[in-house]
Design a protein around this ligand. Structure first.
Ligand code: SF4
Length: 201
């Protein structure tokens, strides 16, 4: 499904906003793709990338999934993200995964190219205002609403499994799953004494 090297990055084509190179992460990514021999070019906006090949809908989809755009996130207004969280945390848009059940499938256009933003610290600083407004309440941000952190994990360290309806999905590796299980079991015991965990997904 998703290919990757030891850094977990899998792309055949990369486009950079020039401004992205003013950030350490942008410079690092640019050097990385240049060294790797990936086709690299500049774009004026991460929101309007043209020239991604693919004549048919299917070709466009797969080419989009192999294309990485590196830019600067300028809009610092976060969308609401009910019911999983209060707000989205937009660190990236789209993902190179091709899960058949993905909700992103229908809302990222015909060529759902992957966008990553290099001004991570600015994006994270923008959470402050949202957090302060809700004090003393806790504010929850969803980091996987517009993308997914899983595809940037080393392919060899992941576990793929077919579900009961025939489609495939990535699941936590056994050791990590056990660690997560123990963590939540500890929390449940502490805060909900007497409760029982039926299952963990
Ligand atoms: S890894 Fe997540 S965001 Fe990416 S295609 Fe699969 S479900 Fe969608």
């Amino acid at each position: 499904m998703i290919g990757g090297d030891k850094n977990g990055v899998c792309t055949e084509e990369s486009h950079f906003e020039r401004e992205a190179l003013e950030y350490p992460l942008g410079k690092k990514l640019f050097g990385y793709f240049k060294d790797k021999g990936t086709e690299t070019s500049f774009t004026s906006s991460h929101n309007r990338v043209t020239g991604i090949s693919g004549k048919t809908r299917a070709e466009g989809y797969f080419e989009g999934k192999r294309t990485l755009v590196v830019g600067v996130r300028r809009i610092m207004t976060f969308e609401k993200c009910r019911p999983s969280a209060h707000f989205q945390l937009p660190l990236a848009t789209s993902c190179p995964g091709k899960c058949k059940y993905c909700y992103l499938m229908t809302n990222l256009g015909k060529k759902p190219y992957l966008r990553v933003y290099v001004n991570v610290e600015e994006i994270l600083s923008s959470t402050r205002g949202y957090i302060e407004k809700r004090i003393p309440g806790i504010t929850v941000f969803e980091g996987a609403a517009t993308s997914d952190p899983l595809p940037v994990v080393d392919e060899e360290s992941r576990t793929f499994k077919f579900g009961q309806f025939g489609y495939g999905k990535y699941v936590y590796a056994r050791e990590l799953y056990q660690e997560i299980n123990a963590y939540f079991a500890g929390l449940v015991k502490e805060f909900l004494p007497g409760a029982q965990i039926e299952y963990l997904v």
